[in-house]
Design a protein around this ligand. Structure first.
Ligand SMILES: O=C(CO)COP(=O)(O)O
Length: 252
């Protein structure tokens, strides 16, 4: 059985003043029935890890470099994230793929670095509006999964896959539940075909305009094991309501 995961991606939001949201969230969920993760900007990782130390809240990064160290100005390695207190790393978010021209091969190299460090890789995939309109959704998602995941070391403990349709991110537009189920069932089948039984343990998150108001129906959808939440993870009140909806969702 897969333990569900509520993951928050703060993106480029948050300063020291925002740590109170993380502390409020941790205090509101002392004994959660699901895993809870917050991924603040890198500048806040160690402070957030300190602030929620002893709680059930995990802290993660939003990206890393594929190399362990070296001449890469402005970059951060998986080992540095681990040292700062991260246990997960989001990789291949569509904003990274667009803003920084990250390819599947680059995401895969980063994922290998994350797994080598013993951290959990949260690998993001998802089609654009134009790709969906052209009927390419499953082909795009399939190719991203194929290209972005390492061949070795992929298990339910080491990898999470997040389906984030680009057109649903920050837009308030959400796919129909049938559309979400179609992609999530497809992703499960692709993962099982490649990784065998271990793939049944991989958590599949949906991301894109998840709110307290739509969380319950999304969490009742086939092969949805949680969410990767952007805007609604910035405040403890909204993210807490999403976590409560996930705790109340049917078992995977
Ligand atoms: O990109 C996302 C999470 O990684 C989704 O963002 P929103 O929840 O703001 O749509």
């Amino acid at each position: 059985m897969r333990r569900k995961l509520a993951a928050g991606n703060w993106k480029m939001n948050g300063t020291g003043a925002s740590l109170s949201e993380a502390m409020a969230l941790a205090a509101a969920h002392p004994d959660p029935q699901v895993d809870i993760l917050l991924c603040p900007p890198a500048t806040l990782i160690d402070r957030m890890a300190d602030a929620v130390h002893g709680s059930r809240l995990a802290v993660g990064g939003q990206d890393c470099h594929a190399a362990a160290s070296g001449a890469h100005t402005g970059d951060i390695s998986a080992a540095m994230l681990a040292d700062a207190g991260a246990s997960y790393v989001i990789l291949g978010h569509s904003e990274r793929r667009t803003d920084h021209a990250e390819t599947d091969a680059a995401v895969r190299a980063k994922a290998e670095a994350v797994l080598a460090e013993g951290l959990v890789a949260v690998v993001c995939v998802g089609e654009t509006d134009a790709q969906r309109d052209a009927g390419q959704t499953l082909a795009v998602v399939g190719a991203q999964i194929k290209g972005s995941l390492p061949d070795a070391g992929v298990t339910g403990q080491s990898v999470v896959v997040a389906y984030e349709p680009v057109w649903a991110i920050g837009t308030g537009r959400v796919p129909t539940l049938d559309q979400i189920a179609e992609v999530h069932d497809f992703m499960r089948a692709e993962l099982v075909a490649r990784f065998g039984d271990a793939a049944h343990g991989i958590r599949l998150l949906y991301g894109g305009s998840v709110k307290p108001s739509n969380a319950a129906e999304i969490f009742a959808t086939s092969n949805v094991d949680g969410a990767l939440v952007g805007g609604a993870s910035l405040t403890a009140a909204d993210f807490s309501a999403i976590i409560a909806a996930l705790e109340a969702a049917p078992a995977a």
